[in-house]
Ligand binder design. Sequence first.
Ligand code: NOJ
Length: 746
Amino acid sequence: MKNTVFIFLVSILFTAQTVAQNYDKQVDDLLKKMTLEEKIGQMNQYTGFFDITGPAPMDGDSKVKYDDIKSGRVGSMLNVRGAKQIREMQKLAVENSRLGIPIVFAMDVIHGHKTVFPIPLAEAASWDMEAIEQGARIAAIEASAEGLHWTFAPMVDISRDARWGRVMEGGGEDPYLGSQIAAARVKGFQGTDLSATNTIAACAKHFAGYGFAEAGKDYNTSDVGTSTLYNVILPPFKAAAEAGVASFMNSFNTLNGIPATGDRFLQRDILKGSWNYDGMMVSDWGSIGEMVPHGFAKDGRHAALLAAQAGSDMDMESHLYKVHLAELVKSGELDEKLIDDAARRVLLLKYKLGLFDDPYKYSDELREKELLMHPDHIATATEMAKKSIVLLKNDNKLLPLAKSGKSIALIGPLSDDKTSPLGNWRLAGDDGTAISVLEGLKKYPNNTLQHAKGLNLIGERIQFVHEVEINTDDRTGITEAVAAARGKDVVVMVLGEHGYQSGEGRSRAHLGLPGLQQELLEAVYEVNQNIVLVLMNGRPLAIDWANENIPAIVEAWQLGIGSGDAIASVLYGDTNPSGKLPMTFPKTIGQVPIYYNFMNTGRPGPIEMVFWSHYIDETNAPLYPFGHGLSYADFSYSDLNVTSKAMLNGAKVSVNVTNNSTVDGHEVVQLYIRDYFASVVRPIKELKAFEKVFLKAGESKTILFDLGEDELGFYNNQGKFVFEKGKFDIMVGGSSMGGLVKTIDL
Ligand code: NOJ
């Protein structure tokens, strides 16, 4: 069976031809048969009661819903899963409603499904697009086996603010890397044929500007300049659209004063206009209704009107389209053509998914049983976890650890936790299914291992939502932890954030180690300085003290089901770490937002006097820059050659990379450019290409990059992509800092 699944998987990935069927005629014919109410019905999406991912009116809601389904007034459901459950609900629609139009079932399938993969920010650290695509592929295989058709992923919001809890769900701070990841995830979820029973529709979210929430506070205002909008925020969305993403989701925030849900410029002019996008736009949870408290709509009726006019095709859980749209059309305030357009987009998705051929085709209990948590999926998730780990610091080669004859103390509130490493946004993942670090380290039995947590987790599940924190006042375990650390050869400390301390609604105003963990770290350090700090977190942390004092630091994010095995494998050198940071780590929260691709300013300094762009009490430099990540191997760069192709407005780049060590390893070779002057000021560095290469011990390779106008150009403030001749730096290295530089004139 194992092999069958994988032959099937491989065949879907590599041999199937894209099925680009045109369903215009079918959709037209169906629309002609539909009443206004039925068309509006397609624009409604309601939650089931399996899981709640936003504030929902609970009371009495389900009865309305079942009646609505039977009368064709529900286009989509979210948060219902299970092959059987979905078949039953689908039956209500298909067998009872006048036209028997199937429902499209959706869920947040964000990083794996039942087999939980590393959180998306961690996967981004792998810089391995094939692996990321495969992760999404497996998520789709499992989700579709549970009857699901559609995921609300990938989240492609660029963010520069570690306070924002949802950075865990995205690809980090860079638009180029973010665009590659967006496309990889879309391809993974959707495969080459949306109607295959093991692919699901993807959704690029949140359109747009959600990641630029002021002060990193979730749902907050975004005020973004034109250049940032076009050059930073929109590119990953465009990449998703170009990769054929089946849907978009708009967002809760206002962008430059307009709630994204009611923003015609974003949805009609850019997405459905200049990008010519023919997929559908779903609102975020209740975001149509939220235009009232935003102060944009005077009441629910007005909100429904504004959202429909702006191009929000489906109302997720506001219940406002259902109530108001028909009357708005009848009163002449809303053009019925807009309803037709929205319903057309929803129906098109259902045709593409093959739901009109067989509305039950995804609901196959046998497949569900075979595929969920398939051993091959778990193995792949563990490999992904290994690729996602970033070695931040390794003084005196403390790592890797010797496999025998050593005494090790394992300390920290997260050291034996089997739930936190699953991270947030893993609706189908069961608590307690991750391998803990304790379990992982025990698989290396020739060292002695003493375990003392030091601090506990305090947590509960409130209704459907986990709220967990790390001890803030109980110091009783610290003494035991200090005693365990005393005299040991090495102390492994697993500290960071619980999985539910990042994610939606989990903005943080402090970026240090939560609870008493800093105190624990310093207490242990007093008696033993040979510490390997394993960080588990869903966002960059400001851990300046640790960086100053702790010799080895490993960024292990929330790595999903294989977490502890992957971490142990890296600590013991069976895996040579190869991850690189997709987001800058600040030294202190006062530097946030901090990112590598900033503008030079007119006063970049440093100068002796105080009048340059800096802080008087902190350096401008980050703790760890974007793209940073060490290896047990030692890579060097040489012979950077840049041949300008002036006629073609481009350049050919070659560079030699050598592994000077005795261990094999992967290096992410990163190419950055600087465009020195332009009609719109360009950042001091922009990632424009990268390649993850494998180098055996002692091996050298020549890496080639081709730069053209796509890489050297930019969007001007009219949203037009332009290339402007002039002086460019081409920089190549293993991080956004340092590297070899050549300057060209085009
Ligand atoms: C709200 C979140 O912002 C969105 O990303 C998610 O898809 C929906 N809830 C549905 O769960």
